[in-house]
Design a protein around this ligand. Structure first.
Ligand SMILES: [Zn+2]
Length: 197
């Protein structure tokens, strides 16, 4: 019989930022609209500050979850990859969304992780003011910290609205980041499993 040893660790947001002040944020959004020449007293905009603030609170509040890992009883020693995990995040430079897919995997050591947890890790770190490079590295680091695998890989492709609807207006252009650590660094054969087939 396989053993069913389960190890769990709860993942909570780690941030140096202060608590969210919803009332102050709504006043600030109203001030912003007013400073942009909009009539915040109009019926059309009356509820906009509340909607904007509640939207940002939702998008910037990661959902804690429990990492569940299992003993690798069968000594599976090839990569485990979950491809095309859809995510959306907020660019910290422009406060505009970027969205795309993350492909996340690892080369197991003595433990395995529930597959849905790989998607949870992506969603957890996406709910922040982000840049794609940091998001990629944070996902990799969390997997390393929680699972101690022999290697990790994270590939992200995303469209940034700050690039597609303003500035250079390169609609449809995607930005790709890829990070391979541990035994997956420099292993082109296994890295290929993180790319589309
Ligand atoms: Zn941006």
């Amino acid at each position: 019989m396989m053993s069913t040893m389960v190890q769990t660790g709860a993942l909570h947001a780690v941030t140096d930022d202060g608590p969210i002040d919803r009332d102050r944020a709504m006043t600030a959004v109203a001030d912003l609209l007013s400073a942009l020449g909009r009539d915040v007293a109009s019926e059309d905009l009356a509820d906009t500050p509340r909607r904007v603030v509640d939207g940002f609170i939702e998008m910037l509040t990661p959902r804690p979850f429990t990492m569940t890992t299992f003993a690798n009883d069968a000594a599976y020693d090839e990569v485990v990859v979950v491809r095309d995990i859809a995510f959306a995040s907020i660019c910290r430079h422009h406060l505009l969304p970027f969205r795309g897919t993350a492909t996340v995997g690892y080369l197991p050591g003595t433990r395995l992780v529930g597959l849905s947890k790989l998607a949870r890790i992506v969603a957890f770190h996406a709910r922040d003011l982000q840049v794609q490079e940091d998001l990629t590295a944070q996902i990799a680091r969390t997997l390393e910290d929680e699972l101690a695998p022999r290697g990790v890989g994270v590939v992200i492709e995303a469209e940034h609205l700050c690039m597609s609807i303003r500035g250079v207006q390169a609609a449809g252009a995607t930005t790709a980041t890829a990070l391979f650590r541990g035994e997956l660094a420099g292993d082109a054969v296994r890295q290929a499993r993180f790319r589309p087939v």
